[in-house]
Design a binder for this molecule. Structure first.
Ligand SMILES: Cc1ncc(COP(=O)(O)O)c(C=O)c1O
Length: 395
């Protein structure tokens, strides 16, 4: 077999979403396209806003010589300047264009930062439940993942985090608003986290960088705002993406910003430009750098996602499921009515509803339900959820 044994094992472990997707295909082929309610994939439903379409048209209708060539690995200077101005306005810190690296989405931004910050064997802390790709990103760089369980309501559990931080910890990945829970951490909680990290740095005599993974930054509901992470701690790299807020997941565009307060600011930003190159990303997509730099203030219609959230929560509530109402992102993470989430998800499949078991995110007894789907599909799922819960209660 020509495939690495490790990758083969990873593919088996990570096959849940794919298996559910295949199950969906099978059920659709059998019963018709509208017979399945599929809440597995975190794909943005809403189309990019007008500002994106207009910037795209401008770029295409007024081509500039060299616009498809290589560029500096960090991205177009004009684009970095605009992102720096945008983050400076939000954080009230003197963010410079040199602090900004244009990236091939948040996935690339995280890999680039991890590569620049850590040596093989170093430890990185993640909060469970977590975005499953983190485990693979850490493995890409020979890093050890230490998990700290979130509280029952998915808020930060500072005692659990303290226990996970050790002398080899070089980074903590924080994701707020969160995939899969929809939890957004408050400014107060983030400040407490910052204090905890400062104490851990002093105790172990080594720097710890907070990697703030914020692709859902603008997707927050009920008038909330995602707090500024630079205010919470000095050693921060903010990783952002326009996959969700501008609906551009297929275009692979985002950015990473080294906090002006990061103690190794000049070295880290140079290191990240270097790792962006050597990991093979080279530079972020040229056309979409131009587009997003003209659409930084825009977003998809957040109220439409909030409406889908409310509908999904209504359906889950009527089925008698227990859950924390998401403050952001487009996922709900209900408790399954039986502790075995894999079995419950199979019960849902029998009623043609697809969700992902929480075990895949590092927390069993739960499931992830993505509400970035048409409202009719959410409403149609009500009966399936109710029947599956009844079945679980009888079992
Ligand atoms: C928490 C989290 N981080 C990172 C990513 C990767 O996003 P991107 O498409 O920008 O690479 C995702 C995508 O779903 C995500 O949910």
């Amino acid at each position: 077999m020509a495939i690495s044994k490790k990758i083969e094992a990873f593919m088996t472990r990570a096959s849940w979403i794919r298996r559910m997707f295949e199950e969906g295909q099978r059920l659709r082929a059998l019963h018709g396209p509208d017979a399945v309610c599929d809440f597995t994939l975190g794909n943005p439903l809403l189309e990019p806003p007008r500002a994106v379409q207009e910037a795209l048209q401008r770029a295409v209708n007024h081509p500039e010589p060299g616009m498809h060539r290589y560029m500096p690995n960090a991205g177009y200077p004009e684009c970095r300047r605009r992102v720096a101005e945008y983050v400076a306005a939000e954080s009230k810190l003197p963010v410079q264009p040199e602090d900004v690296l244009m990236t091939t989405g948040a996935g690339a931004g995280l890999n680039v930062a991890l590569r620049a910050l850590c040596d093989p064997g170093d430890e990185v802390v993640v909060i469970a439940p977590f975005f499953p790709e983190y485990a693979f990103y850490l493995d890409n760089h020979g890093l050890t993942m230490k998990t700290a369980a979130a509280a029952a309501n998915f808020d930060l559990d500072l005692a659990a985090l303290e226990a996970a931080l050790g002398p080899r910890t070089r980074a903590l990945i924080l994701n707020s608003p969160n995939n899969p829970t929809g939890r957004m951490y408050s400014a107060e909680r983030l400040r407490e986290l910052g204090e905890l990290l400062s104490r851990a740095e002093a105790k172990h005599g080594a720097p710890i960088t907070l990697l703030s993974d914020e692709p859902y930054r603008k997707l927050v509901y009920d008038g909330l705002r995602t707090p500024d992470i630079f205010a919470a701690y000095d050693n921060v790299v903010l990783v952002n993406s326009h996959s969700k807020d501008l609906g551009l997941a297929g275009e692979r565009i985002g950015w990473a910003v080294v906090s002006p307060r990061h103690r190794d600011r000049p070295a880290l930003r140079e290191a990240m430009v270097f790792t962006n190159r050597t990991l093979g990303f080279v530079n972020a997509p040229a056309l979409f750098q131009r587009v997003v730099s003209q659409a930084l203030d825009a977003s998809v219609d957040i109220a439409a996602y909030q409406d889908l959230r409310d509908r999904m929560c209504g359906v889950l509530r009527r089925a008698g499921l227990e859950f924390v109402v998401p403050q952001g992102a487009f996922y709900v993470f209900p408790r399954t009515p039986i502790p075995d989430d894999l079995t419950f998800v199979q019960m849902l499949v029998r009623h043609r509803v697809l969700a992902v078991p929480g075990s895949g995110f590092g927390r069993g007894g739960h499931m992830r339900v993505c509400f970035s789907v048409p409202s009719a599909e959410i409403e149609r799922s009500a009966e399936g959820f109710c029947r599956a819960v009844e079945e679980a209660q009888r079992a």
